[in-house]
Design a protein around this ligand. Structure first.
Ligand code: COA
Length: 410
């Protein structure tokens, strides 16, 4: 039985700040942002958007694109680290906005940037167990990345959501049966109760990410099936590698680590590449990794949605060419938990692989730094949709300590 992603849809907020503008305003060299971090632009949420609208807007686009009735959803999981309440889950607000039936298991998952993968795996296991009873799971990863203004993390902020329909008819990505896991209790990135912005030990978080990659890929590689021959590289079996991308340069560091581990484990391959390692890694990066980073370089970090925005961007760009090919995916969430897994784009890959991301990115409105700072300061204000707003739902504000939402009249 194949299980995986039947359809996916992305959603990004309507405002974008070019990274050069923020770098100039902060006195940071433009090249540090562009080349050092790999960032081109930052998605910015207007006051009428929060994590609930990002998730619900992605979900509404998915249900429409897949022509799936809300009555067909038996499990709704929203993965986020941008929780808006300590008790009431984002998922139940999304459930109400999308009009999903009452007979549905609904909950929110949190584990920093790993929660989207935790949700996808939970949904896939639910389908495999037969508990779905011909219904599907709706998995949504959504986040708004916030660091203190003028901190090193500020240049890597972003926002976005990806909704995925998980079931047996996996027209987008059939998940492999094996995964590799790595968990460790570390303080690399966290957000204490009451804080709106994350606290981060940035350089240490990069080390933790790479240590978790060692652990998760190291756990996965011996489980690859059919078993790898002694001279065979795992990376030769996949068309592309996708990495959680808090900033695109992190994926470059991660790829260097993974390729080195993989080639060192394949003796003949290592003998061939070791004398020209930098060139071999650069060639493999250009072919296998860079195509998956184009979209997120224009969005910034969307935390738990980041890996799935990479997937949506890659499939939109190359989906038809990838029919029958495998992808390797690495998910990392600070704190920490990491998972390496694979998926196969089915031979019949078609319009199902179009998550609509390119059209949303092209329709965004460019804003300047004062407008970004106003939006940052009024994140809980709510408001009316700006001109050209593409979403179905808006956040209208907080009244009597309750968040209120409305459908956009069209
Ligand atoms: N031109 C080109 N590159 C430049 C440059 C310039 N003028 N100035 C600096 N750089 C490069 C640095 O060499 C470095 O590259 P390297 O990583 O290949 O060595 C890169 O830009 C980043 O600069 P650096 O000074 O090392 O980092 P920073 O203090 O700005 O912080 C992070 C970077 C990632 C730690 C910070 O953005 C952060 O805390 N982010 C949030 C946490 C996060 O995303 N963690 C990732 C794992 S989950």
């Amino acid at each position: 039985m194949t299980v995986g992603i039947e359809r996916l849809a992305a959603y990004v907020p309507p405002w974008v700040l070019p990274i050069e503008a923020l770098a100039d305003a902060r006195g940071v060299a433009r090249e540090k942002a562009r080349a050092g971090l790999g960032v081109e632009a930052m998605a910015v949420t207007p006051p009428c958007e929060d994590v609930v609208t990002l998730a619900a807007n992605a979900g509404a686009r998915l249900l429409r694109a897949a022509a799936v009735s809300p009555d067909d959803i038996g499990m709704l999981l929203v993965a986020t680290e941008t929780a808006v309440d300590h008790a009431k889950p984002v998922a139940i607000l999304v459930h109400g906005l999308l009009g999903i039936r009452a007979q549905c298991r609904v909950f929110e998952l949190k584990h920093a940037c790993y929660a989207g993968t935790a949700a996808l795996m939970t949904a896939a296991d639910w389908v495999r167990a037969g508990a779905a009873r011909r219904r599907r799971a709706l998995v949504i990863a959504a986040d708004v990345a916030r660091y203190p203004l003028r901190s090193p993390g500020e240049l890597t902020q972003g926002a976005g959501a990806v909704a995925m329909l998980v079931g047996n008819d996996a027209a987008v990505l059939q998940l492999g049966a094996e995964t590799g896991l790595h968990a460790a209790d570390v303080w690399d990135f966290w957000r204490p109760l009451g804080h709106r912005e994350a606290l981060v030990d940035g350089k240490y978080s990069v080390d933790c990410y790479l240590a978790a990659l060692d652990g998760a890929f190291g756990a996965y590689r011996p489980r690859e099936w059919p078993e790898l021959g002694p001279g065979e590289a795992f990376t030769d079996r996949v068309a592309h590698l996708l990495f959680h991308a808090p900033f695109p340069k992190m994926a470059m560091k991660a790829h260097r680590r993974l390729a080195t581990l993989d080639w060192q484990a394949a003796r003949e391959r290592w003998a061939a590449v070791a004398p020209r390692l930098d060139d071999a890694i650069a060639e493999a990066y250009a072919a296998q990794v860079a195509p998956g980073l184009e979209a997120v370089a224009r969005i910034g970090n969307a935390y738990t949605a980041s890996l799935y925005l990479c997937l949506a961007g890659l499939l939109e760009r190359e989906g038809r060419r990838l029919g029958g090919r495998r992808l390797g995916l690495f998910s990392y969430g600070s704190g920490s938990c990491a998972e390496f897994f694979t998926g196969t784009v089915p031979g019949r890959a078609s319009e199902a692989t179009d998550g609509g991301l390119g059209r949303l990115l092209a329709a965004r409105t460019e804003i300047d730094v004062p407008a970004y700072e106003r939006a940052f300061a009024s994140a809980d204000a709510g408001g009316d949709p700006p001109a050209g707003f593409q979403g179905d739902f808006v956040f209208t504000g907080v009244r009597a300590e309750r968040r209120e939402y409305a459908r956009v009249a069209r």
